[in-house]
Every structure is written in structure tokens, then in C-alpha cells.
Design a protein around this ligand. Structure first.
Ligand code: 6GU
Length: 250
């Protein structure tokens, strides 16, 4: 998969060299290109923003640098046969970024990210590229960041770990919170490892019992307890009866 990021803070994307995403790059699973938006400015001050039409606070990112940057990135990718691009526009007014969207994005060959600073990018830029490729405007949560770069790191990590050959153990995302399947819509419960006794605290007996049926039921009960406490909305959303008492007792 090819990833392009156009930003005024290329150094903000340094974490893409580390850990799981860094390893995916080293293995050739991910081909990452980070670009400085100011490379496509032509004035002495490398201006990327201007005052908003209609008034109001803050500044808006200008059309021309973004247009020239995206044209250049697209030309390079097409030349190299990178496949069909999709544009990912991080914005607090986007659709929620979910595991389902991460899975869909992980199936695409080429993602181009446009993290903005200030009050966002002139709307005409998104409208222009939306005529040429799928555009996903995404928000990573109900809070406001100073810019989209942190969201690019979030989306990239969620997508990269789904790519074949990135996670050591292919089963590792089977039980993820939010993964489809039997535990769908439940958060993962607690986990334990050796030693069996630490500062007077024991690992729950059931986990040492070797009784796989009992272990599976305990894990499901704990997942349900945790979901009820932290995300009651996930239980509501799954519909009445999904997690009633009878079901829980299996
Ligand atoms: Cl993608 N960008 C910004 N600036 N703030 C956010 C966000 C994105 N997602 C949630 N808050």
C-alpha cells in the first residue's frame, strides 16, 4: 500500500518510522511519502493560508498550494502504477473513523492524506478532487485538535496493522474490540500473564483451570461488564436481547 501525506509539519509524521508502521515500511508492505505543503508555494513567505471569505475568526488554507501538491503527488503515483487513489481528509466535521472504515481503507492500494491546520482547507479543493477519486472526510473523535496530523497517525496505525504480513500473528485481530464476530460490539476484558501471584494479587483461577469452555464464558462476562461500564451505547446499538441473561449463561 502507498501512503502520501501532505502537511506543513512533516516532522509531525516522524512516528511513521517507528514500531509497527515503521516495520511495515521496512518490510516493503507500506510505501510512505511525506511532503511539505510549502514546497508548492511560490511567494517569499511560503504562504499557505489567508483570511476567510464572509469573515470570522482564524485562517483558511489556500487552494493553490493544495491543488499543486495533490496534482504532483497524483502524477507521481500514476507514473509508478500505484493503483486507484483515495483521498483522506482529516477534519472534526468528518464522519467518525471506525474499525469498519479502517478495514475498507486497508483494502485500497493508495491513500493520500491532507491534514490541515487553522480553520481547514478551502472547500473547493475537496470538491475538485472528489470528481476524480473517492474522498473520505474523517474525524477521530468528538474533540478538536489543532490540526489533522495526529489523526493521520491514528488512521495509519489502524489501517497498517490490518495489512497482510504486518502483525506477527494473523489471529491477533480476530478478538479485537470492534472486530466482527461473536464478540462484536463488546470491548475486550482484562488480560493476565505470569507470575500467578503478584503483590498478593492472584490471577483469576478460571484462567489457570485449562477448561476452555469456562474460560470463554468468563471472558465474555468480563467483556460484557466492561462494555456496560464504559460503552453502554454499544450494548443498546446491538439491539434488545443481544446480551440478555439467558444468552450470557450460554
Ligand atoms: Cl481529523 N482533525 C482535527 N483538527 N480535530 C479533530 C479530528 C481531526 N478528529 C477529531 N478532532
Amino acid at each position: 500500500m502507498r501512503l502520501d501525506v501532505v502537511t506543513i509539519f512533516p516532522e509531525y509524521l516522524e512516528p511513521l518510522n517507528v514500531s509497527l508502521v515503521g516495520k511495515a515500511r521496512a518490510r516493503g508492505v507500506l510505501d510512505v511519502h511525506v511532503h511539505d505543503l510549502r514546497d508548492w508555494t511560490h511567494d517569499r513567505h511560503h504562504t499557505v493560508d489567508d483570511t476567510p471569505y464572509g469573515g470570522g475568526p482564524g485562517m483558511v488554507m489556500k487552494t493553490e498550494p493544495w491543488g499543486d501538491a495533490l496534482d504532483s503527488v497524483l502524477a507521481d503515483g500514476y507514473e509508478r502504477g500505484s493503483g486507484e487513489p483515495a483521498l483522506i481528509v482529516p477534519t472534526p466535521s468528518g464522519r467518525p473513523f471506525t474499525q469498519e472504515l479502517a478495514v475498507r481503507l486497508s483494502e485500497r492500494p493508495w491513500l493520500i492524506f491532507t491534514p490541515a491546520r487553522y480553520e481547514g482547507i478551502d472547500r473547493r479543493v475537496v470538491d475538485e478532487y472528489a470528481t476524480r477519486m473517492p474522498v473520505y472526510e474523517v474525524s477521530i473523535g468528538d474533540y478538536v485538535l489543532a490540526g489533522g496530523e495526529a489523526a493521520v497517525l491514528v488512521v495509519t496505525e489502524a489501517v497498517a496493522r490490518l495489512l497482510p504480513g504486518v502483525l506477527g500473528n494473523a489471529e491477533s485481530h480476530r478478538d479485537d474490540s470492534f472486530a466482527p464476530g461473536a464478540m462484536a460490539s463488546l470491548l475486550e476484558g482484562p488480560v493476565h500473564t505470569k507470575p500467578p501471584l503478584w503483590r498478593g494479587r492472584e490471577v483469576p483461577d478460571v484462567l489457570l483451570s485449562g477448561h476452555h469452555g469456562k474460560i470463554a464464558r468468563w471472558r465474555r462476562d468480563e467483556a460484557l461488564r466492561r462494555t456496560t461500564a464504559h460503552r453502554p451505547d454499544l450494548i443498546e446499538r446491538s439491539g434488545p436481547g443481544s446480551f440478555d441473561k439467558k444468552d450470557r449463561e450460554m
